[in-house]
Design a protein around this ligand. Sequence first.
Ligand SMILES: [Zn+2]
Length: 63
Amino acid sequence: MPGSKEKACMNCRRITTGNECDNCGSTNLTTNYSGLIIIIDPEKSEIARELGLKKPGAYATKT
Ligand SMILES: [Zn+2]
């Protein structure tokens, strides 16, 4: 499905389907990522803290 491939931001790991990151605005995206985590409450999530994520959303664990 062209255009609907999910990409991960190389900068902040955010998963996006657009051509730029909707979190940090970076266009440095990759389809070559592994792992997917959903952050619901960054303040209470150990993983979010570890990865330095401050906004809820979907993130790649590895880019
Ligand atoms: Zn980003």
